[in-house]
Ligand binder design. Sequence first.
Ligand SMILES: [Zn+2]
Length: 282
Amino acid sequence: MKILFLFIDGVGLREAAADNPVNPEVCPTLCRLISQHGKPIDACLSVEGLPQSATGQATMFTGMNASVFMGRHCEGYPGPSLRAAIEKNNLFLQLRARGKRVKFADAYLVDSAEELAARRFKSVTTVMALTTPDVLSFTDDLVDDLAVMQDLTRDTIQDRYPDIPLVTPEDAAAHLFELARVHDFTLYEFFQTDVAGHSLDYGRACAVLRLYDAFLAPLVRFSQAAGITLVMTADHGNVEDMQARGHTCNPVPFIACGPHEQELRDSVSSLVDVTPAVLKFL
Ligand SMILES: [Zn+2]
């Protein structure tokens, strides 16, 4: 079994509303996956306050309740104690221990793991990927279409890297699929949805969700044809409520589409269950 794991930042589930851009007109493929292959799961993790990225993602990728561990929801980049916990045990390390071929598809515009490790601020996925450095993708990989930019199209890097050509979201899907075909577990992280949610700009949120949907539609077709299980979830809600600048307490979608999809969904009721469920089926 092969899993293509799409982590989408800041997309929660909420009833249809004029300020909810997660609707079939804006993102038909995402909405179809949610209704036909998804279930709502808890991202609040039994801790007061609004769920945040560092603890939500750490929970998603370790199977430990990071908000309980920290005594609160932690924003943005993990601090020293959370980093240490991620470095000790995470999904990539567990998959590696089982001899699985693992890829983190997001391109880092550096030349080596050492250069990346020297960065002061590192996301949960960066900390995790540095524990198994050969899963990382660098500038050369992006140039060779063996990685995907976090914005999908490379638009945000054109001023710094004018020689790296733009791609369409459909191209990005094809590049990601090629990676998923030759690895047991491939992760792609997209956080522009969370950025758009914080902007309070409904038009921007719609544009980002449309872009992601144009990438998702061919990816679903490719994965289904190849028998690769697509798994998708979010660390907390945000963009589904464009009235609120911060995150939301809404449940997040857990989507599984492909072989063992029902068993995967049955295994997950909160972010704590995501890593154990992936490990159970790989
Ligand atoms: Zn987040």
